[in-house]
Design a protein around this ligand. Structure first.
Ligand code: NAP
Length: 308
């Protein structure tokens, strides 16, 4: 049996090397160079080309190379009997928590405003927000969202959290999907860490922005498709949202002509909030590979019906 690494926009060699460094007995190949497709039972994919799976008749499991699985679930050519798994490792949650904490601190300290003033040689002070003046609301309390909410709380912020089911997290006021309106009405800085599913696609729209407490800010670190981009532009122009920090976009890389570039009220990063480390991921992939071989239950399985 072999592991097949499949990606279109990503160099998979570091992942192959990390797997081989951890266990040189594993047979690992990078798509499209498969010597014997019938030997492939485990594939690891990141934005794979659709329709390729029919070439691998004995495929049992596909793992996402990251935490998100929307790229796998939108491929309806994956056979029903193929199980899906994803990457859940401590460093992904740690990096995401740091990214969001940094973004929130930059918001309360007006960092972007001062950066823009510097570019125009302007010396002018603005009152900073106090930590307990603005409430941060984290949408999605899964692997990344729960750690992020806890880190914000431990750094002195008032934190709300939203999940599908009721959660108990120390110091955090939690809401469920049925009380989304209440959650938004109690939130100034909205952090999106939801999975991309039919229920959450386009959830960040003008109606939602209007529900937030003023001044309102948006940090989108989940998926670009959560956001209705023109609604954000309108909300920023009308002062409904004061500033947005965006790490993910419906088209990546963000096209040169995109209206988000050059807007002072938007901070852009190129999908780097939380990046998978080959050595750390290799350990998890090898564990699941061995579980496939021995018929054991897999780690970090995805519920295809639920969509995450
Ligand atoms: P996860 O572990 O699957 O957690 C999802 C959370 O969202 C759960 O708490 C779930 O509630 C909640 N949820 C699902 N649908 C909901 C709904 N309709 N209303 C309210 N809550 C809902 O996800 P994760 O691994 O933390 O990943 C979060 C997001 O980050 C994903 O979109 C992923 O693609 C993205 N991501 C981004 C980067 C980056 O670099 N920007 C890196 C990695 C991941 P229950 O707990 O009740 O089920």
């Amino acid at each position: 049996m072999s592991i097949l690494l499949v990606a279109q926009r990503r160099d998979m060699k570091p992942f192959r090397d990390a797997i081989l460094n951890a266990d040189s007995n594993i047979d690992v190949e990078i798509w499209p160079n498969t010597t014997n497709p019938a030997r492939v039972q485990f594939a690891v994919a990141w934005h794979h080309p659709q329709q390729i799976w029919k070439s691998y008749p004995n495929l049992k499991v596909i793992s996402s190379l990251g935490a998100g699985v929307d790229h796998l679930l939108r491929d309806n050519t994956i056979p029903d009997n193929v199980q899906l798994t994803r990457v859940v490792v401590p460093s992904l949650s740690d990096q995401m928590s740091d990214y969001v904490l940094t973004a929130v601190l930059n918001i309360i300290r007006n960092s972007e405003l001062y950066r823009n003033q510097q570019l125009e040689s302007v010396w002018k002070s603005h009152p900073a927000y106090l930590k307990d003046e603005l409430t941060v609301g984290v949408m999605g309390l899964g692997e990344l969202g729960s750690t992020t909410a806890e880190r914000l709380y431990l750094n002195g912020f008032k934190v709300n959290g939203l999940a599908q089911s009721k959660k108990e997290l120390k110091g955090i006021t939690t809401y469920t999907a049925g009380t989304l309106g209440e959650f938004l009405n109690q939130t100034h800085i909205l952090v999106n860490l939801l999975p991309l599913t039919p229920k959450t696609d386009g959830i960040l729209d003008l109606d939602l922005f209007k529900e937030l407490k003023k001044p309102a800010f948006l940090i989108n670190v989940a998926r670009g498709e959560h956001l209705i981009e023109e609604d954000l532009v309108y909300a920023l122009d009308k002062g409904i949202i004061t500033h947005a920090v965006l790490d993910v976009f419906s088209t990546e890389p963000l096209p040169d002509s995109h209206p988000f570039w050059g807007r002072k009220k938007i901070t852009i990063t190129p999908h780097i909030a939380s990046v998978t480390d080959p050595d750390e991921v290799a350990v998890l992939l090898i564990e699941n590979y061995k579980r496939i071989l021995s018929g054991m239950d897999l780690l970090n399985t995805v519920d295809k019906k639920r969509g995450y």
